[in-house]
Design a protein around this ligand. Sequence first.
Ligand code: TPP
Ligand code: SF4
Ligand code: MG
Length: 351
Amino acid sequence: MSQALPMAGAPANTNKAGLTKNDYRGNPTTLCQGCGHNSISNQIVAALFEMDIVPEDVMKFSGIGCSSKSPTYFLNRTFGFNSLHGRMPSIATGALFADIKMKGIGVSGDGDSASIGMGQFKHVMRRNVNMLYIVENNGVYGLTKGQFSATAEKGLHLKKQGENPYMPVDICMEALVSNASFVARSFAGNPKQVKELLKAAISHEGIAVLDIISPCVTFNNQENAFHSYAWGKDHEEPLHEISYIAPRNEIILEREMEEGEIREVAMHDGSTVILKNLEKGYDPTNRFEALRVMEEAQRNNWLVTGLLYINTAKPTLTSIYNLVDTPLNSLTETDLRPERSAIDKVNALMF
Ligand SMILES: Cc1ncc(C[n+]2csc(CCOP(=O)(O)OP(=O)(O)O)c2C)c(N)n1
Ligand code: SF4
Ligand SMILES: [Mg+2]
């Protein structure tokens, strides 16, 4: 894994890694114009550029769906794995196990994660795999022409599907009860918040779930649908204003943020996330409080956004196994061969 090094005499539009924003882009999108997923890809490009992350230090993962096509539209210089439907978590777990210094970014959809992939979703949470897990949530299977997904609200009426008779799955609630260590929700129509949450999630050590309501303008964008732009704009209830402060930057926002209660969350990489609370006394380190807010939001049809829960103390999957820093495929025979005494011990046990 390479380091972001300041480049002496670099032009003004380069970051501390000596790269321009173009170095973080991907291929031109083939998704529909206005699709929420495109807006999220743009914020991923902006967040990684502003964080000075070297693209080659990231691995991209996805399942199947319009959302899962998104990794093609950012970080061209990065390796990625567009896997099977609902199976992104196991591919990501394996790859991130093999090289613990890489950053993992997974992009999935509500169908990919909450329908076919629900089992895998729950296990990657409880194992606390060190990765950012984005769910681009539009309430439908966009790629296969708009069937209801498991996150579609009860009573949603779509022309070709009729009425959805089932209660929805709440991605954030599922993540929280599965012991995820970072749970946040945002809305593609609020790009500033999406970007700040992306930065906080990338700095988190452990699984960081970001459920982003991302309207499908082709199959589910009518005004009264809970995953539409109009609904999101009218019903969004942010918990706080969120700002991300990179490790090297001084915290100079206190004056600007003096009106509301301010919480600072220190991240492992030395960065700080500042939350200016809009809901009185909301504490994102309190799991009960997060559950209460989500339950209340569900009952009232509010789109509560922001950092719902964070636990920076939980060990990650790879820290439990005490793995070496060297990528597993670079270990030599000498590194891997046990000492003679260890083999003798095993043999003695067997006979
Ligand atoms: C095993 C399997 N079953 C079904 C499909 C068909 N299929 C492709 S994408 C998809 C749903 C995608 O929905 P979502 O994850 O919400 O992504 P979106 O297109 O809405 O972004 C389905 C059912 C498949 N590719 N593989
Ligand atoms: S069908 Fe929907 S989800 Fe797929 S690209 Fe078009 S707008 Fe986006
Ligand atoms: Mg979908």
